[in-house]
Design a protein around this ligand. Structure first.
Ligand SMILES: [Zn+2]
Ligand SMILES: [Zn+2]
Length: 302
């Protein structure tokens, strides 16, 4: 079996979740775009609460703004639980224009609202499940989102509720094909910019190429380390990355394996022998500061 997660030699760094003064963020959109551009980010999605925006006036050949929105709703019968979804316009397979500065009208149930987003040619990311107090089953009952936030910097900084990989594995173990994303959810009230990002393997910095690569899972997420390669060759799963202390292969139903550097040393690659009956395998690379890079899963099938 041969499978490589990446096919292009170009990488683009981006944040898929942030707010400005258009909703409840502290900085105006121009300042937010300038902050990310100045920090080396290639693209950014503005995801204002219940408001579509398409700030293409900030686009040029080296920086791209994706049209976005965030929508939220309580979980019926549970006042403590809610769902939030970020929508990113699917610019790769549609001629439909994204909607500019138009508010979102909810359906009676949250699945209906997700479907409305998909009908408007947006692709959905399930946000910050721990912050939302969503139960695993609350998330699993929803359909149609292509990715789930496994790291949300704003939630980490606000209340240590931003890590969601357990929800991701819960979905993956049921055979769901869903990618994991690290985002900022920046409101610029806390120091929440540039803490979690996606590195997208795409042929060019255009809306079509970036959103297609995202949709197909050709990216990894990170709060620091880099992943250079993640692939399967025969019965082996290989990863190469920037120097880290630990590399974890996470799989199901087989348990995977963790590899650790001895004190004073670091790892920049690992090879894990597969049994061949794993449903999926993904990798997490953790550096000495606890910063993590998450690959997307490779699905092996049966
Ligand atoms: Zn939210
Ligand atoms: Zn948000």
């Amino acid at each position: 079996m041969e499978h490589s997660a990446f096919e292009f030699d170009k990488w683009f760094k981006g944040n898929l979740h942030c707010h400005s003064t258009v909703s409840d963020g502290r900085l105006d959109p121009r300042s937010v775009a300038g902050l990310y551009r100045g920090s080396g980010w290639d693209f950014l999605a503005f995801t204002e609460h219940e408001i579509y925006t398409d700030l293409e006036e900030f686009n040029d050949e080296s920086f791209l703004v994706l049209p976005g929105i965030e929508i939220g709703m309580g979980v019926p019968g549970h006042v403590d639980r809610c769902h939030h979804i970020v929508g990113i316009h699917r610019s790769f397979d549609s001629m439909l224009e994204s909607k500019h500065m138009e508010s979102f009208s909810h359906e009676d149930d949250f699945q209906g609202s997700i479907d409305r987003l998909l009908d408007a040619d947006y692709m959905a990311v399930y946000c910050h499940p721990v912050w939302s107090r969503a139960q695993f089953q609350d998330v699993a009952e929803l359909d149609g989102f292509f990715a789930i936030e496994i790291f949300n910097n704003g939630c980490v900084l606000e209340s240590h509720t931003g890590l969601g990989a357990a929800y991701w594995d819960y979905l993956l173990r049921q055979g769901r094909i869903v990618w994991g994303v690290a985002t900022d959810d920046a409101h610029h009230i806390l120091p929440d910019t540039c803490g979690g990002w996606v590195m997208v393997n795409a042929s060019s910095l255009t809306r079509a190429d970036i959103t297609k690569a995202l949709y197909e899972g050709r990216f990894y997420s990170s709060t620091g380390p880099e992943i250079y390669a993640f692939e399967i060759q025969g019965d082996k799963c290989l990863v190469s990355c920037s120097p880290v202390e630990s590399i974890h292969f996470v799989s199901y139903e087989r348990r995977g394996r963790s590899y650790h550097a001895f004190p004073g040393r670091q790892l920049s690659s690992a090879v894990h022998k597969l049994h061949g009956d794993e449903v999926y395998v993904r990798v997490e690379c953790v550096d000495r500061y606890g910063r993590t890079a998450w690959s997307n899963p490779i699905f092996l099938g049966k």
